[in-house]
Each structure stands twice: as structure tokens, then as C-alpha cells.
Design a protein around this ligand. Structure first.
Ligand code: F6R
Length: 609
């Protein structure tokens, strides 16, 4: 949600920190700040709004010169969006400054204790409490003070701390919120996301929970908060700068929508063998027996990932014939779920850091389930904490509205279903046929992308309307939910997605003259039923925008607008039908003048409950 970047080395910290903040801005962006140690001591600048505002402020201040510093872009959790509440925060005695992602849950009790000891607070934030606590415990060694403070707090944190009295040291730590240490040549970049590191180095370590890193220009040491030394595992970041740059596109969202054919080719590469009719998933091989014998699968996720998981539920039941449930991770984690022997839990997540999904995963593991991950971010917490998994391989997703990760998740869940199906009931012929069809999907998406201008024109007709419905059946009921979520999150138009049959049970009352109702009406298993639902909407004055199979004349007779997609089997259809919905949402947001990649109130990765 919030972003952290910190630097220590031989270079000037300010430009490195600002560039890092810009790369992290997509994670959360209501305020930003920077602290740099220069020869005169600690210099801090903070501002409400985007990183560009902070940059202007630094220019007005003449810039900070120094080779060690930390910076933050905030998405408010505790305390309103004000300059005072923006990070970095400071203590009132020892010259501590800190940036923090996460929430200190027992901050109120700690604050009371510190107030009794005479500390004076400037802000409403939990982070300032942590700064004061580190200051209170400081006895000349920052690393020890941080370790001691972290032994006293509960909650989640990724932090980087500096101290005026130790100007050549940064201390970083994490619990429940991601943090990486990029290892350069005589310089180090600490960040909550690899995108702020790769411009400097591709060697990094991902800190584990309760781990602390003490970093100086000469090297670093990792330990636990109880000061037990930890041997770091250095990894290679597989991210190149081009992947996280806009290129010729105006927004990341449209770039990522258009990247989908290439991304899915990557997802499938080397994982399907048409001749043998086999899906090959290295990550699952050693658990193949457990998967074949599985009695129940629970898919869990949030938001767009949940919609992909819902499609996964249909796929697993349909293809692999395994009873399957799909549930919001936030509900699953608190509802005392029954996990019998033979239960497999699959956590679906782009970032691999979503707090609720991670907690659901812990809950499932504690209850004895085999835990699998369908994750995009390599080395993320969920990826590391699952027993096994399959990466999406769609490349970094920067746009806050998830697009290529959604199709990547659906594609991977299709592969997982086929992996199990082939080992259970599916014949080699049926499997080979489906594999052949999967291989055609990227090309079919390319055909839909050619309709971009037409989709823009259709969107323009309805963009002033403030209420939309998205309806679909079977595999495309979750697609309808996803279409509605995309529209509301970036264009701020109220939209609801639901099974088409559900409309009659209440929502039909909303339909009035000209209300846009988007139907996913491809020629799938429930096509005739969808046509009936379209008639019901038409007879109440609703305007139907149908996503339909190429050449379908029947739909043209009943819908005001038709967006044609290539013919595709029902079980693979969401991979294609979702694309026009993504484009509609994108164009609606642009037409309404919104900041597509940074929608209000949203953050890319929701690392708090
Ligand atoms: C919407 C969106 C969110 C995420 C959700 C889960 O466009 O991106 O709904 O899908 O916050 O995030 P991950 O997949 O990172 O677990």
C-alpha cells in the first residue's frame, strides 16, 4: 500500500530516493516524504499529494545533499492525510527518523507508556509511536534499539530507520509487510518493491518476518529481533526496467491490457504438451499425488483475484471433477473453516502480499491443508509461504486496476485444472483439444484488442450514466463481476455485477430508460437463457451492450450495441470476454478525466486488513 525506499552509498541520495518513490507511487499516493542526513544533520521534507509535489518542495528548499536517506509514499491508515502525518516520522530525543508500512496494533498502549515518560507527540500516527519507542530504547546502537522496540510491538511493519548519531547506518526490518535489500557495488537500496531497486542492482534479499538488517556502506548484517544472526539468501531480481516503464502508452492500465497476448504466451510457454495432451507444471510435480487424491479445493483471494478464483472454481469442478469452494480470504480467515484431510487451499494473488489472503493461507496451513499459490510476484510472501505453486509470469503489473494479472490467474487456474483433470478423468484427446484451444487464446485476444476504437465509441455513448449493470451466467458470471469492479474502481461509476438470473430477484427494479446493462452473451452453455434475460432488460427500457460471439445475428436483433469476440469454448471464454470490459472501464475513466493509474482511495497492494 505505502511505499518505502531508502539509500546508503556513495551517490547523492535525493535523486535516487525520488526516482524510487515515483516507481512506488502506484502502491499508494496520498502524501510523500523524504529524510536525508547531510553534514548539518537530518533534513526532512514532506508534502500532501503526489511525489511531484514533494519534488517541487525540495526544489524550493534548494535540495538536500547527503548520501544516506529514506523516503516514503503514504496511503493513510492511521491519521488523516496531512503533511504532519506523512512519513518520515521522528522521535523527540535521539535523532531517529523512520518510514513504515503496516500498522502497529498496540500503538495506543505504547503511546501512553511513552507519554508517561515525557515524550511529546506531533502526529496521530502509529509510526511516530514506533519512532519514539526506538528513541526511548536507544543507548548508542541503532540496531539494538530497533530490535528492542520491535520486541514490544504487535502488528505488521516494514521499516527503515536512521539516527543522526549514527550517520553511516540504516536499519531495516519486517513483519508481515514486504521489504527487500538491493545489494549494489558499495551501495544499498532498501525498498518495499523490487521496482525501486532494479535501476541500481538486480541482487537482493527479501527480508523474512522478524528479521532486521543493519546496513552500512561496508556491508550488512541480518539478524532476528532477538539478535540471532540470520544467513541471508541473495536472489536475482528478474525484472528489467523496460517492463516497468510506460513506453509509448499514456497509462499503465492500457499498456497492460495490450500486453495480455504476450503475457499469456509467457504464462503458457513450456507448460503444455499438445502431443501428449499434458500440462507440465514443475511447481506442482512433487505434490501431484496429493492433488489427484484431493477431496476438496478451497480457492481464496480478494478483489479481481477473487473473480479469477471464482472462474477457477468452475474450471476445477468442470474439468477436474473435484468439489471446490471459493471464498473471500477476509471471510475465510475468521469463520472457523472446516479443513478435512485431503483439502487443498489455493491462494490467488497478483502481489503475493495481500494481508487477508496471506492470513487465510496461514489459517489453512495451521489446520493442515496443503497450501498452493497462484501468484505473480516472484519471491513475494505468499509465494514463499505456500507449499507449492504456479507463477503467472505476466510481468510486473503497475496499473492499480488489475488486468493482465486477471487473465494470467485465469490461465494458470485453467492449467492447474487440466494438470489435475488429466491425472483424474480427462482423456488425452480431450486434454490435447483443450490445450490446442488454449494456444489460440492470445491470438483471439489480439482480435479483441483491434476493436479498441469501437469499444471507445460505445463507451462514449453511455459514459454520463451513473449506474451500470454487468450480467453473465456460468463461467461469465465472475467475468460480469470483474467488469463491474473495473468500471467502478477507475471511473467511479456505480456498477454491479451478478449472475444474469439474479437480476429478477431485485436489481431489475433499478432498470430505467437508457440504463446501460452489459451482458456477456457469448455462445456458451447458457446462451438461450442469456437471450431471455436480455429481452427482460430491453422491455424495461435498459440499453443492452452485448459482448457476443462473432457473427451472432440474433444478438444484433436484441442488443443496442454489440462487441464481437472470436468464438471460444465456454470454459476458456472469460479470457476473451473480459478484454472488452477492461477496455470499456479504461475509456470511461479517460473520458471522465480521471487518473486511470492512480484512482482515488486505492492502493495497488492491500497489505493491511
Ligand atoms: C482491482 C484489484 C484488486 C486486487 C486485490 C487483490 O483491480 O487489483 O481488487 O485484485 O486487491 O490483490 P492481489 O491480487 O495482489 O492479492
Amino acid at each position: 500500500m505505502c511505499g518505502i525506499v531508502a539509500y546508503i552509498g556513495a551517490g547523492q541520495a535525493q535523486p535516487i530516493l525520488l526516482e524510487g518513490l515515483k516507481r512506488l507511487e502506484y502502491r499508494g499516493y496520498d502524501s510523500a516524504g523524504v529524510a536525508i542526513l547531510d553534514s548539518a544533520g537530518l533534513r526532512v521534507a514532506r508534502s500532501v499529494g503526489r511525489v511531484a509535489k514533494l519534488e517541487e518542495k525540495l526544489e524550493d528548499l534548494g535540495g538536500f545533499r547527503g548520501t544516506v536517506g529514506l523516503a516514503h509514499t503514504r496511503w493513510a491508515t492511521h491519521g488523516s492525510v496531512t503533511e504532519t502525518n506523512a512519513h518520515p516520522h521522528r522521535d523527540d530525543r535521539a535523532g531517529i527518523s523512520i518510514v513504515h508500512n503496516g500498522i502497529i496494533e498496540n500503538y495506543a498502549a505504547v503511546k501512553k507508556y511513552l507519554q508517561e515518560r515525557g515524550h511529546r507527540f506531533q502526529t496521530e500516527t502509529d509510526t511516530e509511536v514506533l519512532a519514539m519507542l526506538i528513541g526511548e530504547l536507544y543507548e548508542g546502537d541503532l540496531e539494538s534499539a530497533v530490535q528492542a522496540a520491535l520486541r514490544e510491538v504487535t502488528g505488521a511493519y516494514a521499516i527503515v530507520v536512521m539516527c543522526e548519531r549514527e550517520p553511516d547506518v540504516l536499519v531495516a526490518a519486517r513483519k508481515g509487510s514486504p521489504l527487500m535489500l538491493g545489494i549494489g557495488n558499495g551501495e544499498y537500496v532498501v525498498a518495499s518493491d523490487p521496482s525501486a531497486i532494479v535501476a541500481h542492482t538486480t541482487q537482493a534479499i527479501a527480508l523474512d518476518d522478524y528479521n532486521v538488517a543493519r546496513i552500512s556502506r561496508d556491508g550488512f548484517r541480518t539478524s532476528t529481533i532477538d539478535n540471532v544472526e540470520v544467513t541471508p539468501k541473495v536472489m536475482q531480481l528478474e525484472l528489467d526496467l523496460e517492463q516497468i516503464e510506460l513506453g509509448d502508452y499514456p497509462h499503465y492500465m492500457i499498456k497492460e491490457i495490450f500486453e495480455q497476448p504476450a503475457a499469456l504466451r509467457n504464462t503458457m510457454r513450456g507448460r503444455m504438451d499438445t502431443n501428449e495432451g499434458k500440462v507440465v507444471l514443475g511447481g506442482l510435480d512433487s505434490f501431484a499425488k496429493e492433488l489427484v487424491r484431493a477431496r476438496k479445493i478451497i480457492l481464496t483471494a480478494q478483489g479481481t483475484a477473487l473473480h479469477a478464483a471464482m472462474i477457477g472454481e468452475y474450471l476445477l469442478e468442470d474439468l477436474a471433477k473435484i468439489p471446490c469452494e471459493c471464498e473471500y480470504a477476509s471471510e475465510f480467515r475468521y469463520r472457523n473453516p472446516i479443513i478435512d484431510e485431503g483439502t487443498v487451499v489455493i491462494a490467488v494473488s497478483q502481489s503475493g502480499e495481500t494481508a487477508d489472503t496471506l492470513a487465510a493461507l496461514h489459517e489453512a496451513k495451521d489446520r493442515g491443508a496443503l497450501a498452493l499459490g497462484v501468484v505473480n510476484s516472484v519471491g513475494s510472501t505468499i509465494a514463499r509461504e505456500t507449499d507449492a505453486g504456479v507463477y503467472l509470469r505476466v510481468g510486473p503489473e503497475i496499473g492499480v486496476a488489475s488486468t493482465k494479472a486477471f487473465t494470467g490467474q485465469v490461465a494458470v487456474l485453467t492449467l492447474v485444472s487440466m494438470f489435475m483433470a488429466r491425472r483424474r478423468f480427462m482423456s488425452p484427446e480431450a486434454s490435447a483439444r483443450l490445450i490446442g484451444e488454449m494456444e489460440q487464446i492470445p491470438g483471439k485476444i489480439e482480435k479483441v484488442l483491434e476493436l479498441d476504437d469501437e469499444i471507445n465509441r460505445v463507451t462514449e455513448k453511455y459514459v454520463e450514466r451513473n449506474n451500470w449493470l454487468f450480467l453473465g451466467r456460468g463461467y461469465n458470471y465472475p467475468t460480469a463481476m470483474e467488469g463491474a469492479l473495473k468500471l467502478k474502481e477507475i471511473s467511479y461509476i456505480h456498477a454491479e455485477g451478478m449472475p444474469a438470473a439474479e437480476m429478477k430477484h431485485g436489481p431489475i427494479a433499478l432498470i430505467d430508460e437508457g440504463m446501460p446493462v452489459v451482458f456477456i452473451a457469448n455462445q456458451g452453455n447458457q446462451y438461450e437463457k442469456v437471450i431471455n434475460n436480455i429481452e427482460e432488460v430491453r422491455s424495461r427500457g435498459g440499453h443492452v451492450i452485448a459482448v457476443a460471439t462473432e457473427g451472432d445475428e440474433r444478438i444484433r436483433a436484441v442488443a443496442q450495441d454489440v462487441i464481437e469476440v472470436p468464438e471460444v469454448s465456454d470454459c476458456l471464454s472469460p479470457l476473451v470476454t473480459v478484454v472488452p470490459l477492461q477496455l470499456m472501464a479504461y475509456h470511461a475513466a479517460v473520458l471522465r478525466g480521471h487518473d486511470v493509474d492512480k484512482p482515488r482511495n486505492l492502493a495497488k497492494s492491500v497489505t493491511v486488513e
